[in-house]
Design a protein around this ligand. Structure first.
Ligand SMILES: Cc1ncc(COP(=O)(O)O)c(C=O)c1O
Length: 318
């Protein structure tokens, strides 16, 4: 056969757990065109095997607990999550032989339940009116009733969550960008991504400004992100870690998610839309004030995870 080979190095791995991380950084040329001298790179966490940024902390929380004996073969992993962490627990639980039980609000979409169940996960439903905080409270009650039966990773309080980003996401960004990176942008959910990645980036010899994204309103449609002022504040959160918090409106996140699909070929979820919306604002400011820069922004998951429940989500009913 004539012509140059298109083959790139292929990794051969022993288990799906070895496929987590090393996600690519892709330059956003169209949606960031308003800051032409600032490079904006999206870190594609959607490329993880479970399709999201939560693969890293879920796997790390399981592995660390197996290593120090908090999780043993007779225990069931239980946590509250209707979304990406649940998919990741289910996937890595299956791969590592750990039974998984998830508590999620009754009104989560059928595809959410189906993905978790496909990996053999057992689901318990909580009051839909109480949202994700209600699911957290229900898990705590179940674990308190039978503490020896369960391993409760509690992603909001577990140091392995930010550690996965300190050792993974942050290190990978520095390895790929070196001294070029001037800004980092990520959303606040459990806050693990922001805490862990920022701590690693702050160790770099050159200053990197780290900006956290949160929904502008308490009732919002940016799934995965928390409006901290009106939520249970995660114990792993340290308000001193981000240099700045940028509020983003639901509409702006949704519109940017549409633009990323149509202009960059990246179908992403709404929290990623919000992160990129904020990253473009940061890039425009760097353009005005410094005439250049390099912004890295986290793209958390894929857009197809949000197809089914679109209509009611758009009315922010949760
Ligand atoms: C879609 C999505 N975006 C953003 C986040 C926030 O990430 P973190 O929990 O690390 O703050 C999450 C995590 O829950 C998520 O599922």
């Amino acid at each position: 056969m004539k012509g140059a080979s298109l083959a790139r190095p292929v990794r051969r791995i022993e288990s799906v757990v070895d496929a987590v991380g090393n996600t690519p950084l892709v330059r956003l040329r169209h949606v960031a065109a308003s800051a032409p001298d600032v490079a904006v790179y999206a870190k594609l966490e959607l490329a993880n095997p479970g399709g999201s940024v939560k693969d890293r902390p879920a796997l790390r929380m399981i592995q660390d607990a197996l290593a120090d004996g908090r999780l043993t073969s007779d225990k069931v992993l239980i946590d509250s999550t209707s979304g990406n962490t649940g998919v990741a627990y289910s996937l890595y639980g299956a791969a590592l032989g750990v039974r998984v039980r998830l508590v999620m609000p009754l009104n989560v979409s059928k595809p959410r339940k189906d993905i978790a169940r496909a990996f053999g996960t057992d689901i318990v439903f909580s009051d839909p009116m109480e949202g994700s905080d209600g699911a957290i409270r229900q898990v705590r009650a179940i674990v308190a009733a039978e503490p020896d039966k369960y391993f409760y990773p509690d992603q909001y309080a577990n140091p392995s969550n930010p550690l996965s980003h300190y050792l993974g996401t942050g290190q990978e960004i520095l390895d790929a960008m070196g001294d070029r990176i001037t800004h980092f942008v990520a959303g606040l959910g459990t806050t693990g991504t922001m805490m862990g990645t920022t701590r690693r980036l702050k160790e770099h010899s050159r200053p990197i400004r780290c900006i956290a994204v949160e929904p502008a309103d308490a009732l919002h449609g940016l799934e995965g992100l928390k409006h901290l002022a009106s939520s249970l504040v995660p114990p792993i959160y340290d308000a001193h870690v981000p240099d700045e918090i940028l509020p983003v409106k639901t509409e702006d996140g949704w519109t940017m998610a549409d633009r990323l699909a149509q202009e960059e070929g990246l179908s992403v979820g709404h929290s990623s839309g919000a992160n990129v919306f904020a990253a473009v604002k940061v890039a425009e400011q760097a353009q005005r004030e410094h005439g250049g820069g390099c912004v890295v922004v986290i793209v958390c998951d894929r857009g197809d995870r949000y197809f089914a429940p679109m209509k009611w989500e758009r009315r922010y009913v949760w």
